[in-house]
Design a protein around this ligand. Structure first.
Ligand SMILES: [Zn+2]
Ligand SMILES: [Zn+2]
Length: 327
């Protein structure tokens, strides 16, 4: 197999030939058809997340087909199309796993971070954490659903049922969440980097009621806001934009420091929460709903060996929607 490997934090990924991995008990080997590029991959490369496995093959928005099945795997077959998300394994016995919060497991394994991921021609996954994807939809367009879609979905659920929803940072996740929110009958208010007229136009094209810079206030008070951007300065701005009792959800795995802000921004029962990882139930719920909603992902394809270019373009905001690597 071939893979784009991170040999050292902060270095460029290296095109590498590796021995074909063999699936152990409970595992599957998947031939990768497409793998989305997520902002978390940048955090991994930049060393912004604690305790990565190095060297590591990044990538956790994997769509592929099962080519080998290890002992004890049930309910999956060779040739079946599956999606492999960020949550690669949980312990099953800690209080969080036992309490229905496996996203907070004390001993998790994360795809493309603490276990090799999908910037490769093949990967190994714990069979219980792979989602059967069926045959509807193309590999490339499905890939961003595996993290941007799933984390976006979990964030949307946690944001509550309010009709007026703000989205800060209009990238891969927001462009999917906006479609779900609209389908649910909500109004979307999109916030981009100040002056990013192209992304504001993109948001309006996907049905946003209003789009503007993150330094602007929306024309009306919001019921909830989700922050996808990694910028802590957005937290007080979002709190200011939500109504009394409104909720602000931080959806990213990493964020720059949140500046001091006056208590009155939190007062009147405004809530500030974060979303971490996903549960398998999130995946089941969202992937069942996605075809019904008719989510259309905007994707930019890169050959697998151009992964460094894809990461650089993501960092610079050079495309709308999501980048997807194709082996
Ligand atoms: Zn656990
Ligand atoms: Zn991700």
């Amino acid at each position: 197999m071939h893979a784009m490997v991170l040999q050292k934090i902060g270095a460029a990924l290296e095109w590498t030939e590796l021995a074909d991995p063999q699936p152990g008990s409970g595992e599957i080997r998947v031939k990768v058809s497409a793998c989305g590029v997520c902002r978390t991959d940048l955090h991994v490369v930049d060393g912004e997340l604690p305790n990565p496995k190095v060297p590591i093959i990044p990538g956790h928005e994997i769509v592929g087909r099962i080519e080998m099945i290890g002992a004890g795997v049930e309910g999956l077959r060779v040739g079946e199309r599956v999606g492999i998300p960020w949550l690669g394994h949980t312990c099953g016995i800690c209080p969080y796993c036992q309490g229905g919060q496996e996203n907070l497991c004390d001993h998790p394994i994360f795809t493309g971070f603490t276990r090799d991921g999908g910037f490769a021609t093949a990967t190994i996954a714990d069979a219980r954490f792979a989602f059967p994807l069926g045959e509807a939809g193309g590999d490339v367009s499905l890939a961003p659903l595996l993290c941007a879609g799933l984390i976006g979905w979990r964030s949307l659920v946690i944001a509550g049922v309010g009709k007026k929803l703000g989205l800060y940072g209009y990238g891969a996740a927001a462009h999917i969440v906006a479609q779900v929110a609209k389908w649910q009958g909500r109004s979307v208010f999109a916030f981009t980097r100040p002056g990013d007229m192209a992304t504001q136009a993109f948001a309006r094209r996907l049905g946003a009621t209003w789009a503007g810079g993150s330094d602007e206030m929306p024309p009306e008070s919001l019921d909830a806001a989700i922050i996808f951007a990694t910028v802590g300065d957005l937290v007080p701005l979002a709190l200011k934009a939500v109504r009394k009792g409104g909720r602000v959800v931080c959806a990213g795995i990493h964020m720059s420091d949140i500046p001091n802000f006056p208590y009155r921004l939190l007062w009147e029962e405004r809530q500030l929460v974060s979303v971490a990882n996903l549960t398998r139930q999130d995946g089941i719920d969202f992937l069942r709903l996605a075809p019904e909603i008719g989510i259309v992902t905007e994707t930019t394809r890169y050959p697998l060996n151009q992964a460094n270019q894809a990461l650089a373009d993501l960092r610079a905001g050079r495309f709308e929607g999501a980048a997807v690597l194709v082996p």
